[in-house]
Design a protein around this ligand. Structure first.
Ligand SMILES: Nc1ncnc2c1ncn2[C@@H]1O[C@H](COP(=O)(O)OP(=O)(O)OP(=O)(O)O)[C@@H](O)[C@H]1O
Length: 234
């Protein structure tokens, strides 16, 4: 479904990602792990189209999308839940969901999809008319994911879903991600909580200063010396 080849992302002279290859089959979950500044968010930005790569290619569903603007990628079925959630705090939960489907669905389809989201995320029904800014961090994370799902994406990319959340809430978010995986959704996950990320994912890439230093099936990556020492504290 997604194929990234020899990706380079630069910010002026600074190289954030160098020669990155990744492949993600339909229904697969890939975890991108690595320290702060390793290039994980820049990789997601190049796939969503927010940043144009300096080199390399991005293919989605067999089509070269390297130069497509973000809104066209979104129409093709790529959704990004950005780091820090970025829900519209002054708008209600209902309005946030409506905006998530605004580009892709007509009014009737949006209502159907919003109802599906409320079944998947019961906590959002409880706060449906509340302003998103009044929700807890975990509830806002759920809303950010639900908003992205409104568009019925084929690929969901999520940047640091556990950031700033209490452990119990992190478990709830990962239970939800596991349910999405079980439903067949293809996901690309950036996550500092490496144990949880590798537990959920089928495969993983470890990035260090913009380069892939390890790639493979998630259990192999979890068992590697590098990950056991640097990320899992063994
Ligand atoms: N807009 C930008 N302008 C200049 N440099 C940037 C920009 N965004 C990121 N960088 C730099 O690119 C490198 C990779 O950053 P990136 O955010 O992709 O890493 P990351 O692995 O996602 O880290 P984090 O977990 O801290 O977000 C870092 O050195 C960062 O300082």
């Amino acid at each position: 479904m997604l194929e990234v080849g020899a990706l380079q992302v630069r910010y002026g002279e600074a190289v954030a990602v160098e020669h990155l290859d990744l492949a993600l089959p339909e229904g697969g979950v890939l975890a991108l792990i690595g320290a702060n500044g390793a290039g994980k968010s820049s990789t997601l930005a190049a796939i969503s189209g927010v940043v144009m790569p300096a080199r390399g290619s991005v293919r989605f569903g067999g089509r070269d999308i390297t130069r497509l603007p973000p809104e066209q990628r979104s129409r093709l079925g790529i959704a990004l839940v950005p780091e820090g959630r970025r829900v519209f705090a002054a708008l209600t939960v209902a309005e946030n969901l409506t905006l998530g489907g605004a580009m892709h669905l007509d009014r009737a389809a949006r209502a159907v999809r919003a109802e599906e989201m409320l079944v998947l995320f019961p906590v959002l029904r409880q706060f449906y008319r509340a302003r998103a800014g009044t929700l807890s961090g975990g509830q806002q994370q759920m809303l950010a994911i639900a908003r992205a799902l409104m568009a019925r994406p084929k690929l969901l990319m999520i940047d640091e879903p556990s950031l700033g959340l209490a452990p119990k809430v992190v478990d709830d978010v990962f239970d939800l991600l596991a349910a999405l995986k079980a439903s067949g959704l293809t996901m690309l996950l950036v996550e500092q909580n490496v144990a949880l990320a590798l537990d959920l994912a089928d495969s993983a890439l470890v990035l260090a200063t913009g380069r892939v230093v390890l790639a493979g099936p998630a259990p192999d990556v979890a068992a590697s010396e590098l990950v056991r020492h640097a990320y899992l504290g063994h």
